[in-house]
Design a protein around this ligand. Sequence first.
Ligand SMILES: [Zn+2]
Length: 497
Amino acid sequence: MAESAEVNKLKKTLEKKYVHLFPHSHTDEGWLAKSDDFFTGKDTSIFSGSVQDILDTTMLELLIDKNRTFCYAETKYFYMWWEKQDAAMKEKVRGLVKRGQLDLLSGGWAAPDEATTTYDQIIDNMQIGQQFLQREFEHHPKVSWQVDAFGLSTGYARLARDFGFDAMFFSRVDIAEKIEMRAQKKKTEVWRPHEENFGDQKDILAFNSDQGAVLGSYCWPAGFWADTSYLIDVPIILNRNDPGYNFEGKVRAFYEGTVQQFEQERTNHQFRPFGCDMAFIEAKINYKIADNLIATWNRLGFNETVELLYSTPTKYIKEIAKENKKWNTTSEAWPVRRDDTFPYAQNPNQYWNGFYSSRPHIKKNIRDATTSFHSANRLLAQQIVRKDLDDAEKHKLLQYQWNTLDALGNLVHHDAITGTSTTDVMGDFNDRARLTRTRSLQMNTKFLAERLEQHHGIHVKPEELSGSLDYFQTWTNLSSPYSHFNDLMFTVQNPSA
Ligand SMILES: [Zn+2]
């Protein structure tokens, strides 16, 4: 007996699949150009345009059409752009965040490297970024977006739940593992870091971005690379009356690719990043193509079985959560991952492991800057609660703390502490690391001198303590009530206490 039209319709709805487009731009905070130069566009040797252009043009395009979405994870740059906006624009952008059109991911000041960084560096990076997002948008990111990190660590995954994330997106895993992920439907996994200590308490969903190609796993699908710095698939001719019209063929090829990819998925959802490094410099081009992609997809009737929609990682994981609820047997459960993804081989025998130890001087300078900051930070906390400290002085102290977190956040970016930037750019990072450390040492000596004065009546100028003070003893001429006991006095400050 033929099924009724109603039943058929219901069946179609149940079996319907969804492709989530993630418009995004990955903006390294220093790499082929210095951090500030990427933002301003001063250095155009590699990319024409700037991060300012990306955020300026993208926000306008989002405001034109409420369906459009955008994902962004480099909070330091977003902060720099935000500070230049007037109150009216800020209000509009707050609306974009509230509606979920603009998905501010991770909240890290930079997208950090995970191999050469320490827990405290990762936490500092999140602290300054997430505080900014909370203050300005009351927004707490649910998703970590680490699509360019050169391998992922279990240490980062262990912190992810504590940062408030429900899921992590990444792309760079060993080529052999990537092939296995496709074959065994393991592109989505539950990551269970440090199970021996935490059991399943730190479980987090982990999504691997993979579009079947070795490179470009977080960039546009094939056929749609037409950004200012990526004129690969041009010309893209959208006008159907034009003799050179070629868009429908691209849409059909993309549809076939998504159907194949569903064979590697456990749910009726898949995501496709739509962007790349320094993409959306002229956002209008990308949104015009994406609008036409969806319209053509629907005109060809593909949407009867597969819906193509503007989306974001946060919207995507909400759909995945619904799928999870439907599952009630262990055979349907996500595979569990326990290990990190190091070392990462981009191709057979092409391992990314030199960066673990290359340019060791900058790794040391950043580590020293971090420890000096943490040492000073504890003394700063004691200073800030002093009753005799006026607001101006408190402001100065907090400004020092913010400036340091700003610099350190940038320094753990995956092209900074790793040493994968150009020589010029690394020189800039190194100067920042040294300056940050010096400032922290100065704050240390200032606080310590004040403390000696307050608690022990020992008079010493901060500059007399400066230089070698850190975790080391310092020789200085002291004038103190105790100095007659001995020619030599040790003053010990334990920054961990
Ligand atoms: Zn990057």
